[in-house]
Ligand binder design. Sequence first.
Ligand code: PBG
Length: 329
Amino acid sequence: MLTDGFLEITKRPRRNRKSDALRSLIQETRLHPNDFVAPFFVVEGSCKKIPILSMPGVFRFSIDELLKELTGYVDIGIRAINLFCYTPEEKKDSLGSEARREGNLLQQAIKMIKNKYPELLVMADIALDPFTDHGHDGIVINHRVANDPTIEALSEMALRAAEAGCDVVSPSDMMDGRIGYIRKALDKAGFHDVGILSYAAKYASAFYGPFRDALDSAPKFGDKKNYQMNPANSREALLECALDEEEGADMLLIKPALTNLDILAKVRQQTMLPLGAYQVSGEYAMIKVAAEKGILDEKRAFFESLLAIKRAGADFIFTYAAKQVAEEL
Ligand code: PBG
């Protein structure tokens, strides 16, 4: 007969994994629908729900369709969203003027969402890349994104969002000094209650590919390496986070998430501010497409990666899988 337990092993950690009840009793990290920020892509027009081929299950919504879609999110306990606007080619220019135009799509979307769902936390991505004809996150002078003119433009974009009722603006551009500049601009205009979530450590990443399909925002020349960070560096991330905190950020964000869990854990040690991570489009697409091909179990893969992100130190997570995961919780 086969037996077990005949060796003198006094420490047996497997005892704590014996049953589902025991495993769940000692579980250190748990996901909750309130942990998630759901990103949305908004397009002009009405009755539009356009699938994004590289992000199965994600769509560009016109505002009317987005308002319908949000009901399912709110009902399931998701309380925060982040908005990105799709700009048709003919409205793009070298300065990203559409981002700062009064009455633009971002303002319309924020107003209508806050009107229908006043309790929902509405954040707006602040960066020029979806609005510029060259696809860079700012104003280009001599083939380089110029820092100071860009942060001036970004502060105007943030003001438009605040005027429309946005709760939190999320600058994702990685220019220097933009948190302090935007904070001053908001305060001067009376928006001292509008928060700033800084994409504080944002790496130049291959994992943003599907997002750039979603917004047709891939850079037309060069890359983003002279403003987004080198994935080889970690001290630089700590510096970026410390500066944004000093400049007045209310919350910090690290992205991508899964390739930067070490950064999350380190920043968690350094700051008392709320800390988030962005499970970016490429991270989402990898799981979705592998699952479609039967290569991995989608539900388990999302749970495992989101748990790991939270375990590493994230208080909240931007994820395109927010609703499908929340449904399982
Ligand atoms: C815009 C922005 C990007 C993402 C968020 N804000 C793209 C980029 O910097 O090129 C990526 C998000 C994702 O991949 O899901 N500055």
